[in-house]
Design a protein around this ligand. Structure first.
Ligand SMILES: NC(=O)c1ccc[n+]([C@@H]2O[C@H](COP(=O)([O-])OP(=O)(O)OC[C@H]3O[C@@H](n4cnc5c(N)ncnc54)[C@H](OP(=O)(O)O)[C@@H]3O)[C@@H](O)[C@H]2O)c1
Length: 506
C-alpha cells in the first residue's frame, strides 16, 4: 500500500469540479488506503463557510459511494475551510498559518499538493503568492495540479508557464487532461505495444486512415459563458484530441516509463504538419448548431442558449484532417471530429486498415460481386460511455456461393467492471501523489499543441463563418462528411443513420 502524508490545498474548494470529482476521488483513495490518516485538505474560496458546513458539503459529495456514517465522518474530519480571495495578498497569511498548523497536527512532513480548481485567470496570481507568502515548504514535496485550459493560445500559455516555472520545477507541475486518466485511453498503449498483430501493422503500409471522434449529445448547458469565449477547437482539439492522437501516432517507447513515453509523444506532436492558411481552409471545418429535433426531443440553437451571444460566431463543432510528416505516417490522414448536440454521446477511435491488394471475390462465378472493394478491417477503441474494442473482419456469407460478409468481434468491459474501476480523477490524483507525471501534459506538449491550433484559429478569425450550419441532433455540417469523401473515405461511426432510417431525424 502506498500511503502518503500530505496536505491538499484546493483552490476553488466550493466549486463544481471540487464537489463532483475531487472529493469523491479523495474518498476513494482514502477508502483504498492510498491516503493514510496523515492527510488534511484545506478547501478555499471566497464564500464564508465554516469547517462544519464544509464537512457537511464534503459528506454530501460522497453519498453515492455509500460510506458508513462513521467512515464519512472520519473522512470529513480531515477537511478544513478557509475563506480566501486569491487576489488579496493578506489572506495568504491566514492560509499559511492554517497550513502549518495542519502540518504539525497530522505530521505531514511539509508535503503539499496545491490543486487549482478555479478559472485560469487566477492561476498566475495564486502560484506567485504561494512563493512570496512562503506557503511552499522547505522540507517535503510541493506539487501543483492545474486544470485546463492552460492558456488560450501559445503566447498566453507561455506567459503562464513562465510564471509557474518561477515557483515550481516542471517535474512538480501536473497539468490535468482528464482524458489521460481514462481507462481506454491508457489502454491504447496496451493494444499497440502488447499485440504484435497490431503493432506490426501500425503504419502507412497497412493503415488507410485513423478517425478520432469526441461526440457530445449535450449542448453547452450552464457553461455558455465560458464556452462562448473558447469554442470546440480550444476546448477539445488543443488538449484531449491531440493528446490521444499523440498516443496513437508515437513510436514505441524503449521502456514504458514517464520519460520515454513523453519523449515519443513530443516527437509525434512535432511531426504534425503546421498548416498554411490555404491548408487550414481545405482541411478544417467548423460548425455551430441550429435548433433541431431528434426522436421526440427538440433542442434550441446554440445562439439561443443562456449566456451565449445571440450573434455568436463560436464553433460548437470541429472536424479536421491532421497530416503527420514522418516515415511511419506519411500519407495517412488522421481525421478528428468533436461537437456538441450531436446524435449520440461517444468517444471512440477507428483505425481503418487498407484493403487487400485484389478482391478475388469480385470474380466469383457463383455470385458475382458488383462492388469491387471489400469493407475495410476496422479496429475500434471505445473510450466512453462504453469501454472496449471491436474488430471487423470479412468472412464468408453462410450458404451456397461465395459472397463475403463483415463480421464484428467485440469486447466491452462489463458495467460492473466500469463501475468499480477507478475514476480518471482518482487515478490522476494518485499519480500526482506518487510524483508520476506520465498521464499529464508536459509543457513541451502544451506548447506544440498550441502552435498547431493557433494557426487554425488565426485563419478562422479572418473569415466570417456561415453559422449556424448543422441541426442539433445531427452529426455536424455537410462539409464534415465531404472532408472525407474528397479523399475517398467516410466516417466509420455514423449513429445518425439509425435515426434517419426510422424517420426520427431529418
Ligand atoms: N467542472 C468541471 O467538470 C471541469 C472539467 C474540466 C475542467 N474544469 C476546470 O476546472 C476549473 C474549475 O471549474 P469549476 O467548474 O469547478 O468552476 P466553478 O464551479 O465556477 O468554481 C470556481 C471556484 O472558484 C472560486 N472562486 C472564484 N473567484 C474566486 C476568488 N477571487 N478567490 C477565491 N476563490 C474564488 C469559487 O468560489 P467562491 O465563489 O465561493 O469564491 C468556486 O469555488 C476551471 O479551470 C475549469 O475550466 C472543470
Amino acid at each position: 500500500m502506498n500511503e502518503k502524508n500530505v496536505l491538499f490545498t484546493i483552490f476553488g474548494g466550493t466549486g463544481d469540479l471540487a464537489q463532483r470529482k475531487l472529493y469523491p476521488s479523495l474518498f476513494r483513495l482514502y477508502k483504498k488506503g492510498n491516503l493514510s490518516e496523515h492527510f488534511a485538505v484545506i478547501g478555499t474560496a471566497r464564500r464564508p463557510w465554516s469547517d462544519e458546513h464544509y464537512r457537511e458539503v464534503v459528506k454530501g459529495t460522497i453519498k453515492t459511494l455509500n460510506p458508513s456514517a462513521e467512515e464519512a465522518e472520519r473522512f470529513a474530519s480531515h477537511f478544513y475551510y478557509q475563506s480566501h480571495d486569491v487576489n488579496d495578498s493578506s489572506h495568504y497569511q491566514t492560509l499559511k498559518e492554517l497550513s502549518d498548523r495542519l502540518d504539525e497536527k497530522y505530521h505531514l512532513n511539509g508535503n503539499r499538493m496545491y490543486y487549482l480548481a478555479m478559472a485560469p485567470q487566477f492561476f498566475g496570481t495564486i502560484v506567485s503568492h504561494l512563493k512570496s507568502q512562503k506557503i511552499i515548504t522547505e522540507a517535503g514535496f510541493n506539487r501543483l495540479i492545474i486544470e485546463k485550459p492552460f492558456g488560450s493560445d501559445f503566447h498566453s500559455a507561455f506567459e503562464l508557464n513562465e510564471k509557474i516555472r518561477q515557483v515550481f520545477p516542471e517535474d512538480d507541475i501536473f497539468r490535468i487532461d482528464h482524458y489521460l486518466g481514462k481507462e481506454m485511453i491508457q489502454n491504447i498503449s496496451a493494444i499497440r505495444f502488447a499485440n504484435n498483430i497490431f503493432e506490426s501493422q501500425w503504419n502507412n503500409r497497412y493503415i488507410d486512415n485513423i478517425q478520432i471522434t469526441f461526440g457530445e449529445s449535450l449542448g453547452v448547458e450552464d457553461r455558455g459563458g465560458y464556452y462562448d469565449h473558447s469554442g470546440a477547437l480550444k476546448d477539445m482539439v488543443q488538449n484531449h484530441i491531440l493528446q490521444v492522437l499523440a498516443l496513437l501516432a508515437m513510436e514505441p517507447p524503449v521502456a514504458f516509463s514517464e520519460k520515454e513515453i513523453r519523449s515519443e509523444k513530443i516527437k509525434a506532436l512535432k511531426a504534425i504538419r503546421i498548416y498554411e492558411k490555404k491548408e487550414v481552409l481545405e482541411n478544417f471545418v467548423r460548425g455551430q448548431y441550429a435548433a433541431g429535433q431528434l426522436d421526440d426531443q427538440t433542442f434550441k440553437g446554440y445562439r439561443e442558449e443562456d449566456n451565449v451571444d445571440p450573434e455568436s460566431t463560436t464553433e460548437t463543432f470541429v472536424a479536421g484532417k491532421f497530416t503527420i510528416d514522418n516515415f511511419r505516417w506519411s500519407g495517412v490522414p488522421f481525421y478528428v471530429r468533436t461537437g456538441k448536440r450531436l446524435t449520440e454521446k461517444g468517444t471512440r477511435i477507428n483505425i481503418v486498415f487498407k484493403q487487400v491488394p485484389v478482391n478475388v471475390f469480385k470474380t466469383s462465378i457463383d455470385e458475382p460481386c458488383n462492388d469491387p472493394t471489400l469493407p475495410p478491417n476496422v479496429l475500434t477503441i471505445y473510450i466512453q460511455p462504453t469501454e472496449g474494442f471491436s474488430f471487423t473482419l470479412n468472412g464468408k456469407k453462410v450458404g451456397q456461393g461465395f459472397a463475403t460478409d463483415p463480421i464484428k468481434l467485440e469486447y466491452r468491459n462489463s458495467a460492473e467492471m466500469v463501475e468499480n474501476s477507478p475514476e480518471a480523477y482518482e487515478k490522476l490524483m494518485l499519480d500526482a501523489l506518487n510524483g508520476d507525471s506520465t498521464n499529464f501534459s508536459h509543457w513541451e506538449e502544451v506548447a506544440q499543441t498550441w502552435h498547431i491550433v493557433d494557426v487554425i484559429r488565426q485563419v478562422w478569425d479572418q473569415v466570417q463563418p456561415d453559422f449556424p450550419n448543422y441541426k442539433a441532433g445531427s452529426m455536424g455540417p455537410e462539409a464534415a462528411f465531404e472532408l472525407l469523401e474528397k479523399d475517398g473515405f467516410e466516417w466509420i461511426w455514423q449513429p445518425d443513420h439509425w435515426y434517419r432510417e426510422r424517420g426520427k431525424l431529418d
